[in-house]
Write a protein that binds this ligand. Structure first.
Ligand code: S3P
Length: 161
């Protein structure tokens, strides 16, 4: 089976859907952010504040290169590096969980663990707009998630594989 890579903006449900897909397909599932935290022994906000975004991006690419699991959920910024796109294209299928800014805003209202979300609304929206373009460009499949339960989203993914 080719690897399934879930991409999408912060809060689009990549980890939730990845876990559920793993259960349904009885396959291993891995989240690149959790793997970064495990390997580098630091949580994401600490990596950003102590080492900066560029170091985080290096860690992210190193992990993406190293891991080999059937289902992988990625961080929202995975599309920032061409190298990451290349790795994912080579190894599997890229599925974009497309969630509206309004929905993301609702879900992440009280979130303080995502350094790139801890900004004013104009910066959040600008990042969202820039990223959406990249997700759409590189995805093999686009699944709109607004108004759908995780089960519905998982079923939709299974039908597209
Ligand atoms: C990031 C998204 C986060 C995490 C890091 C950077 C981003 O992952 O990788 O905070 O650049 O959008 P989630 O998409 O799982 O929140």
């Amino acid at each position: 089976m080719k690897t399934i890579y879930l991409i999408g903006f912060m809060g689009s449900g990549k980890s939730t859907i990845g876990g559920k897909l793993g259960e349904v397909l009885i396959e291993n599932y891995l989240d690149t952010d959790r793997e970064i935290e495990k390997v580098y022994k630091q949580n994401i906000p600490e990596i950003f504040s102590e080492k900066g975004e560029e170091t985080f991006r290096q860690y992210e690419t190193a992990i993406l290169k190293k891991v080999n699991q059937p289902i992988i959920s990625t961080g929202g910024g995975i599309v920032e590096r061409k190298e990451n796109i290349h790795i994912m294209k080579q190894n599997g299928t890229i599925i974009y969980l497309a969630t509206s800014f309004k929905e993301i805003f609702k879900r992440l209202e009280k979130d303080v663990n995502r350094p790139l979300w801890n900004k004013d609304i104009a910066d959040r929206k600008a990042l969202y707009n820039k990223r959406v373009h990249l997700y759409e460009k590189h995805a093999d499949e686009i699944i709109v998630t607004d108004g759908k339960s995780p089960e519905m989203i998982v079923n939709e993914i299974l039908m597209r594989l």
